[in-house]
Design a protein around this ligand. Structure first.
Ligand code: CP
Length: 314
């Protein structure tokens, strides 16, 4: 496996890693994808390492994907879910993590509802931290697995046109994808109702389009996001029915384009809202490839960060 190293000890967000880091992770993930498709899917790379998966927010794909990646690398793992922990009794995040670390844990994978929770921890603890999603801020491994899946389908992303459709305002996947795709040289557009597009997002170097049909005509790849009602404190759209009518992607829309287009979604999908089932399950869709590739990409991240263990904070 690669002798090259990441420039950072933690994966806090795509904003804070370099294009070379991204290429290194994606290239390493190609090797791991080959490994997990062998009859014996396991390698001894992290045999002496203990990883704690701390989930303070719900997850299906990310939690299982990290756990499988760790097991495929032969790490020892412990899983923590906030809903069944002493967090419910008022214990702070730092006390919780320090108690877990005192049991000789080497790396932390964490999902937390507070944007910046991982930054806060990185200033107080000394083990590698991987962000598995922090509120509306970043979801770096999702963006990496998305980039890996895009490359697998369309090749080099330099100059490729990617539109991110939906609830951009509340989406950590959108922000991490924007940073990642821009670093890889793709052209990026965001599309959704004006209320769900952050003000000044054009300053990140992305185009803004409110008409989904125009956005689909423009792009090679559409990464479609879920409407995150659980993060919406006020009403941003009149109803899901109206959103589906104007922004939901249907097979009839794709048929009028008369071109190849790749459809992605990080999951979980609201079928019939952001995507109709005949699009989600069509030949255009690489949604399950994204999930498969998540394991290889997370193996690459864990493996490369393990090479940065016991170094001074970076
Ligand atoms: N894509 C994603 O983060 O899914 P989960 O919330 O199920 O982990």
């Amino acid at each position: 496996m690669s002798e090259l190293q990441l420039s950072t000890k933690h994966l806090l967000g795509i904003k804070y890693i370099t294009a070379d880091d991204i290429h290194l992770i994606l290239n390493t993930a190609e090797n791991f994808k080959e490994v997990i498709n062998r009859p014996i899917k396991k390698v001894p790379s992290l045999r002496d390492i203990t990883i704690a998966n701390l989930f303070f927010e719900n997850s299906t794909r990310t939690r299982i994907s990290f756990e499988l990646a760790e097991k495929r690398l032969s790490a020892d793992i412990v899983n923590f879910s906030a809903s069944s922990s002493s967090v419910k009794k008022g214990e702070t995040l730092l006390d919780t993590v320090n108690n877990i670390l005192s049991m000789k844990v080497d790396m932390i994978v964490m999902r937390h509802p507070a944007p910046g929770a991982h930054f806060f921890l990185s200033n107080h603890i000394d083990v590698n931290i991987i962000n598995a999603g922090d509120g509306t801020h970043e979801h770096p491994t999702q963006a990496l697995l998305d980039a890996f899946s895009m490359k697998e389908r369309v090749g080099n992303l330099k100059g490729k046109k990617v539109v991110i459709v939906g609830d951009i305002l509340h989406s950590r996947v959108a922000l991490s994808n924007i940073f990642c795709l821009k670093k890889l040289g793709a052209e990026v557009m965001v599309c959704g109702p004006p209320t769900l597009i952050p003000k000044h997002i054009d300053q990140l170097g992305v185009e803004v389009e409110y008409d989904v049909k125009k956005a689909l005509k423009w792009c090679d790849i559409a990464n479609v996001l879920r409407i995150q009602l659980e993060r919406q404190d006020i009403k941003y759209i009149p109803s899901l029915r109206e959103y589906a009518m104007y922004y939901g992607i249907k097979k009839s829309m794709l048929d009028t384009l008369n071109k190849e287009i790749v459809i992605m979604h990080p999951g979980p999908i609201n079928r019939g809202v952001e995507l109709s089932s005949d699009v989600a399950d069509s030949e255009h869709s690489i949604i399950l490839d994204q999930v498969e590739n998540g394991v290889a990409v997370r193996m690459a991240v864990l493996y490369l960060l393990a090479g940065k263990r016991n170094l001074a904070k970076t």
